[in-house]
Design a protein around this ligand. Structure first.
Ligand code: URA
Length: 227
C-alpha cells in the first residue's frame, strides 16, 4: 500500500451526539492507536504510546474551558491583548484504569487537584456501585475533567457523574475524557447527560458479548499495569 497521511479507518457514525468531540483523525494518531491495539506490543511501548494519546486528549479537553480577556506587556514594551485561563479545574479518575491518565493531566496542569472514584459491579444487582470516593472539598466550584480510558457500556461513567452531581458539580462543568469509546456507550451516556462534553480519541465499532470494545485494545488496566 502506498504511504498516506490520511487515516484508514471509518470512525465517525453520522449520528454522533453534538456533545462528543474527537481528536483530529490523522494518520499519525491512527498509528499511535495501531500500536496500542496490537496484542504483541510490549508493556513499555503501551505505556509510552498511550501516554502520548492521553496528552493529546488532555490538551484538547482544555480547549473547552473558558478564558477571560487579559492584557500583558511584552519585553518589547508593546502591550498584547490576549486571554487568560478562567476556570479552576480538577481531575477525577475512575479507578483503576483512570489513574493512568492522571500523570498526563499533571504534566499539563501543574499541581492540579485530583479526586478518585471507585465503582464496581454489584454482584447482586449487576449494576455499577460506588465503593469509594475522595474528591476535592471545593469541587462544586471547579471544572471537572473526568478520566477513564475506555467508554464501553457507559455504566461506570454514568455512576461517576451522579457522584459528582451529588457534590454539586453541574453537568455542563464536567468534561469526560477517554481514549476509545463504543457507540452504544456514547449514545447511552450522552442521552443521559446531553450537556456534558465527551472528548474521545477514537470511536470503535461496538461491544462484544462481554462488553469489551471491538476492535478495542483489550483490558486497558491489565495492559497498562500487568502485562
Ligand atoms: N474496559 C477495558 O479496559 N476494555 C474494554 O474493551 C472495555 C472496558
Amino acid at each position: 500500500m502506498a504511504a498516506s497521511t490520511a487515516p484508514t479507518s471509518q470512525t465517525h457514525p453520522a449520528s454522533l451526539p453534538p456533545s462528543v468531540f474527537t481528536l483530529p483523525q490523522t494518520a499519525q494518531l491512527e498509528a499511535l492507536y495501531t500500536i496500542i491495539r496490537d496484542k504483541t506490543t510490549s508493556r513499555g511501548d503501551f505505556l509510552f504510546y498511550s501516554d502520548r494519546i492521553i496528552r493529546l486528549l488532555v490538551e484538547e479537553s482544555l480547549n473547552h474551558l473558558p478564558v477571560i480577556p487579559k492584557i500583558v506587556e511584552t519585553p518589547t514594551g508593546a502591550t498584547y491583548e490576549g486571554v487568560g485561563f478562567e476556570g479552576k479545574i480538577c481531575g477525577v479518575s475512575i479507578l483503576r484504569a483512570g489513574e493512568a491518565m492522571e500523570a498526563g493531566l499533571r504534566e499539563v496542569c501543574r499541581s492540579v487537584r485530583i479526586g478518585k472514584i471507585l465503582i464496581q459491579r454489584d454482584e447482586e444487582t449487576a449494576l455499577p456501585k460506588l465503593f469509594y470516593s475522595k474528591l476535592p472539598e471545593d469541587i462544586a466550584s471547579r471544572y471537572v475533567l473526568l478520566l477513564d480510558p475506555m467508554l464501553a457500556t457507559g455504566g461506570s461513567a454514568m455512576k461517576a457523574v451522579e457522584v459528582l452531581q451529588e457534590q454539586g458539580v453541574p453537568e455542563e462543568r464536567i468534561i469526560f475524557i477517554n481514549l476509545i469509546a463504543a457507540p452504544e456507550g456514547l449514545k447511552r451516556f450522552c442521552g443521559r447527560f446531553p450537556s456534558l462534553r465527551v472528548i474521545t480519541g477514537w470511536i470503535d465499532k461496538g461491544l462484544n458479548e462481554k462488553s469489551y470494545i471491538i476492535p478495542g485494545l483489550g483490558d486497558f488496566g491489565e495492559r497498562r499495569y500487568c502485562e
